[in-house]
Structure formats: C-alpha cells, structure tokens
Ligand binder design. Structure first.
Ligand SMILES: Cc1ncc(COP(=O)(O)O)c(C=O)c1O
Length: 482
C-alpha cells in the first residue's frame, strides 16, 4: 500500500534538495533584489493575489510548478530579508535558522510539556537561560520563547496584572509614553483592562520618559483611589530608538511597588554589546523584559522572547493544568505551556540554538556592534547636510531625521517627497513615522545583511532626494531636537 502523505527516501531527498536549491538561490540574490514593490501597478499585485488564492485540487500537483508558484509569491514583496530593508524594524533570517527549522519541523517534537521531549525542551530552554543571562537577570529568573514582541508584551502585562491586581482590574493603571510601542496598549486591552488604564507619561526632549512626571502621576492616581500597577519602559523605541531611563524607572517601580516591564523588542539585544549594556543600564532590575530574536538576533520571524525576574510569577499567571495532562511532570525544564498562552507549540528554540552554537556569541555581538557603528556613520553624514534636520544622535541603530523647510508643513511635505523618491528607486526601502506631530523619516539599521556599502548608498539616495526637494538650501526654520 502506498500512502501519498508518506514519501519514501528518494522522494524526500528530491523534495528537500529542490526546496533547498531554490532557497539558496533566493538568499544569494538578496543583495541585488529590488527593495520593494514601489512602482509595480497595484492591479498586477492584485491579479497575483487572486491567482494565489486558488484552492487546492483533488489530485496531486507537480512539484516544479508548485515551487515556481511559491517563488512568485516570495518575489512579490518588500525585500525584508535583504540588506536594503531599512524600514520599520528590520528582520533578516539567518540561513542556519532555516536549516534548524527544517530539522525541527521534520522531527516535530512536542514541547508544550517538557516531559514529552525533555531533550528538545532543554535545548530550547538553554536559549532562554542564555537570554536571561545577557540581560543580567538573577537566579530564579527565566522565561519563554513566544512568537514575537507583541505576544511577549501581552504575557508580561497579564503577569503584572495577576501579581498586582488579582481580579480587581477595573482600577488598575499602567504608565507608558506616547513613544511606547502600540503592542503594549493592545496587551492591556487584551488583558481586560479598560482604555483609561493606560496613562501616557510625558517625554523629555530626547523622547525618553520623564520619570519625575511618572512619579507625580502615580501619586495623583493613588490619591484618586486608582491602583497603579505597571510601569513600561522602552529599551529602544520603534520610532527613534530612544531609551527610557531604565535605572530611574527601576527605582520608581521599587519605591511604588509597581511591576517594571521593559520592552526591548527592538533594542534589548544590544545588551550583548558593551555600548548597549551601558546605555540599557537598569534593564537587569526589570520584572520582565521583552526581547525579539527575530529582530536583534537576526532570526526568522516568529521568534520572540519574554524574560522574567521570577519565573514562578510568570507561571502563576499562565498555569491552568488539565486532567488529561496529568501523566508527565516537568523535570529541570519547566513546561512551556505554563509560561505563555499556548499549549501545543512549535520548537522555537532550535532555530536560535543552532546559529548561536555554530557561529558563537561573539559573531552576534560583532554584528550588533557593526549596526551601532553604521547608525553613527549615517547620522554623521546626514546631520552634516544643511538641508537635513537630524533628530539627535542615535541611542542605538535608528537614525531619525526630517527635511528642513520654511514651515513645518513645508518640511513635512518635503519629507514625504523624499520618501517617495528614495523608495521609487528600489535600491533601499525606508518607512516614515510621526514624532511630535511631525512627519519623520528614519533609517533603521538592524538586518545582519546590511553593511557599510548599503548604508552609504541609502544616505546618498536620501541626500540626493533632499537636495532635489529643498533646492539644496538650509531653510530658515530652527534646528529642533525631536
Ligand atoms: C519596541 C517594539 N515592541 C514590540 C514590537 C512588536 O513586536 P512583534 O512585531 O514581534 O509582535 C515591536 C515591533 O516592531 C517593537 O519595535
């Protein structure tokens, strides 16, 4: 009897060889691939989408044709895996992680309960323990790998709520700034807190939290009978990479008995470097920290992490048990299903474990140091141009800047024109944001494949476009910090 869902060795070898061959060709071509779909008519993309939405046939398909369809799907994209991706927060995707994933998917170990696959659970937990040690978390700390920063922020908020509010969530208050990533507001919402629970603390001119303002708000809220429970700091904001004063925030949280959560989804992994550790001082005192290896460790998407100071608190917020799960008890490694919303989950750790061990930690530290250097280099070049307003020296690897103009409106319009012009050329891809109500451009440098040549090219393109829209003149508007 032949079972089509169980290919034999030859079929498996052919299938994998064909996929791997195409994946390698894709990766090799990354530096020269167009940076985005700018200029491709939307009707063309729509037609492709309609075609790709087709349901499967009853009978078998032909591998070559199917793989060509997959390639077509992968081609129609902003090039988020290549060196040209300087938008949002860059990803990357180490090839070694893809290889690890192939093995992980083929062996399909179950790690929701660590007793089902204690070896694979230990490999995965070794990654968590290493991340906790990078942050300087004490003994008793730990955490889990989740699908990304949003899920990690969610699990952190639920843990803080559980510890400090119990069932009395109606009066709970959390503190963050306008620059805090929106996933924190989403987490509070999903955790059942009312919209009024999120208070926005003003920022200092460098866009980091004004901690004395936070202290005052906490006092007022207590006076009004509310229950302050959560202080959220950013270890690098998404907009500009600004770092909240984490050490001062740790003091405040300690004094006021608040949970300190640090969202390090973008910038937390810089703690691996000496400069980053210095800038992020205080992170080691947080109750919980979000890291996103699919950003700062160049892993494929779907790899986030939550680290906590006291693992039992994370467990208390997520453990529910179930009669049918009673047979296997965790040994040294906790059950991942007790540490987050998922029960059945993929092995996420292998794709982090393999490259970490294959290349060694120093390779990651060096790559992150390179990104810090590249951001300083881009900043120096941009801020030297009279028609560019750079928004302060980058704290990490995001350079935020604007076009100058006679009025803020003119400057914003010029910024929009620069963005469109740079992206149309499809050599690099940039995205914009709004800071202090003003249109702001940014170079976000984090992909492992982005090096000096591409950053210089991006800066050249920006300066050319700026020159074209400003006429090359410094406008009369005063330079502003943020
Ligand atoms: C600071 C910060 N927090 C949270 C997130 C959300 O992470 P994810 O997209 O992995 O859910 C991001 C994403 O860019 C981020 O920059």
């Amino acid at each position: 009897m032949r079972y089509p869902l169980e290919p034999d060795r030859t079929e498996m070898e052919q299938l994998s060889a064909e996929v791997v061959r195409r994946a390698i060709a894709f990766v090799e071509a990354l530096p020269e691939r167009p940076a985005s779909l700018a200029g491709v008519p939307p009707q063309e993309v729509e037609a492709l989408q309609r075609r790709l939405l087709a349901p499967p046939a009853e009978g078998p398909g032909e591998l070559d044709a199917l793989l060509r369809e997959i390639e077509e799907a992968a081609d129609a994209a902003v090039e988020s895996a290549g060196p040209s991706y300087l938008a949002y927060i860059p990803g990357g995707g180490l090839y070694a992680s893809a290889a690890a994933d192939l093995y992980a998917r083929a062996t399909n170990r179950y790690v929701g309960l660590s007793g089902v696959a204690p070896g694979m659970a230990a490999l995965e937990y070794s990654v968590v323990a290493w991340l906790a040690s990078v942050l300087g978390m004490p003994r008793g700390g730990g955490g889990t790998l989740l699908s990304g920063g949003s899920m990690a922020n969610f699990a952190a908020v639920v843990t803080a709520r559980e510890q400090l509010l119990g069932e009395e969530i109606g009066r709970g208050v959390a503190y963050a700034t306008e620059e805090t990533h929106q996933s924190v507001a989403k987490a509070l919402h999903l955790a059942g807190l009312p919209a009024r629970a999120l208070r926005r603390v003003p920022c200092a001119p460098d866009l980091a939290m004004d901690v004395s303002a936070a202290a005052q708000m906490i006092e007022e809220d207590r006076g009004a009978g509310r229950r302050p429970f959560l202080l959220v700091g950013s270890a690098g904001t998404t907009n500009t990479g600004a770092i909240d004063p984490l050490a001062q925030m740790a003091e405040l949280a300690h004094r006021e008995k608040l949970w300190l959560h640090v969202d390090g989804a973008y910038g937390g992994m810089f703690a691996l470097t000496a400069r980053g550790r210095e800038s992020l001082r205080g992170i080691e005192r947080a109750d919980s920290v979000t890291l996103d290896p699919h950003k700062g460790l160049f892993m494929p998407y779907g790899t986030g992490a939550l680290l906590v100071r006291d693992l039992q608190k994370l467990r208390a917020a997520h453990h529910v048990g179930g009669h049918y799960l009673q047979d296997l008890r965790p040994l040294t490694v906790p059950d991942f299903s007790d540490l987050g919303p998922e029960l059945t989950r993929e092995v996420r750790g292998l794709r982090v474990w393999l490259p970490l061990h294959l290349y060694g930690v120093a390779a990651f530290r060096d790559a992150l140091d390179e990104k810090l250097d590249l951001a300083q280099h881009a900043y120096e070049r941009l801020s030297a141009a009279p028609f560019v307003e750079a928004l302060g020296r980058p704290a990490l690897s995001i350079v935020a800047f604007r076009a100058r103009g006679r009025t803020p409106e003119e400057a914003d319009d010029r910024g929009r024109a620069v963005l469109a012009s740079v992206n149309e050329r499809r050599r690099v891809f940039l995205s914009s944001t709004v800071v202090g109500g003003r249109f702001t451009l940014r170079l976000a440098i984090l992909a492992h494949r982005t090096h000096l040549d591409r950053v210089d090219e991006a800066v050249d393109e920006v300066l050319d476009a700026m020159r074209a829209v400003t006429g090359g003149h410094a406008a009369s508007s005063d330079p502003q910090r943020f």
